[in-house]
Design a protein around this ligand. Structure first.
Ligand code: 8YV
Length: 331
């Protein structure tokens, strides 16, 4: 009897770049994926729900979980591979209970997110954005005010909240700037790791915050960390301190941040993440002179995004081939 060809397994993506230039996956990556799987885009699945039967994996980007409402069209889904380390937008427990694994992309993005943290720290300390506006803006050309000064980062004290992969890379960079480095983390690092980057452990935020000239948030968003930076926390910081966030917007209570910046409880903020993203144009934070905000571009480099995409694909391949996932997150 002639063997009936089994259809190739497929993966779901929300779109290709040609159909959605800002959110779709790039052609090189799609080509790589297609060596192993058919690709079914969201619009095709909605138009032809029968395609869902072949989908074994979903490749999702950040918080764009268009998948959520179409889950019942994916009876054979085995794995959701997230293009990012943070999985706060995915109900991992729920999927695990449904027999669907979840994977993320740790490690490969730590260097570029750490670079972004340091970029924001330096840009804030050295008044980079207003300086560029002075040098390149449309205001009448004036001689530089010699009394308009930033602050040094070298020899200043840095606090890092969250000493996972990203926090550790931030500490490596801060060591090169000869900063005094302290950190707070759920789990203390080994003495060897602490001495590699010259970082000292603080068991609590109460201990850490009053020391810091710069404080970088690099921890995951969890129920415990949402709103962690509240009015009370800002009051524990120095009036000369700058807070930098490359993690998730919700870790900072934005109303409390607004008040702290307005009243000069702290000096400045530099955020790569907010809630929502982007902030509405009439958001009070956008009226302040002592804040800079970048559009969640911590991992947004060509090199890092390619590595993240490859790790997503490796996770899906591992699942269908019955191997342990390179980076599974369990709920
Ligand atoms: C986003 C991030 O996932 O890794 C994370 O947790 O926040 C980012 O890398 C990315 O912007 C979405 O593709």
């Amino acid at each position: 009897m002639a063997e009936i060809d089994k259809p190739r397994p497929a993966v779901w993506i929300h779109a290709r770049q040609k159909d959605d230039p800002t959110q779709g996956f790039n052609p090189e990556f799609c080509e790589r994926v297609e060596k192993h799987f058919d690709i079914i885009c969201h619009k095709d699945l909605v138009a032809n729900p029968i395609l869902g039967a072949n989908i074994v994996g979903a490749l999702v980007r950040g918080s764009r979980m268009y998948l959520e409402n179409t889950l019942d069209l994916l009876p054979n889904l085995k794995i959701i591979a997230n293009n990012g380390v943070g999985v706060d937008h995915i109900d991992v427990k729920k999927y695990n209970q449904l027999g669907v694994k979840v994977a993320n992309t740790p490690d490969v993005l730590c260097d570029s997110v750490a670079d972004m943290a340091v970029t924001l720290m330096l840009a804030s300390a050295r008044n980079l954005i207003p300086g560029v506006k002075l040098a390149m803006g449309s205001e009448p050309v004036q001689e530089l005010n010699q009394n308009w000064l930033g602050n040094d980062v070298c020899f200043a004290t840095l606090g890092i909240v969250g000493m996972g992969g990203i926090g550790f890379k931030i500490a490596q960079r801060a060591k090169a700037f000869q900063m005094n480095i302290y950190y707070h983390n759920r789990k203390r690092r080994s003495t060897a790791e602490e001495s590699t980057v010259g970082a000292s452990y603080c068991a609590s935020l109460e201990e850490l915050l009053p020391k810091c000239d710069y404080l970088i948030i690099a921890c995951p968003q969890t129920p415990e960390t949402v709103g962690m930076f509240s009015e009370a926390r800002f009051k524990q910081m120095k009036p000369s301190a700058t807070i930098i966030n490359v993690a998730r917007g919700k870790i900072i209570d934005q109303e409390a941040l607004y008040t702290a910046l307005k009243n000069k409880t702290i000096k400045a903020a530099a955020l790569d993440v907010t809630y929502p993203e982007p902030l509405p144009r009439d958001h009070p934070l956008l009226t302040l002179p002592n804040i800079i905000i970048s559009p969640h571009t911590g991992s947004a480099t060509v090199e890092t995004r390619r590595k993240m995409e490859m790790l997503m694909l490796e996770n899906v391949l591992a699942e269908v081939e019955g191997r342990p996932l390179p980076s599974e997150v369990k709920g």
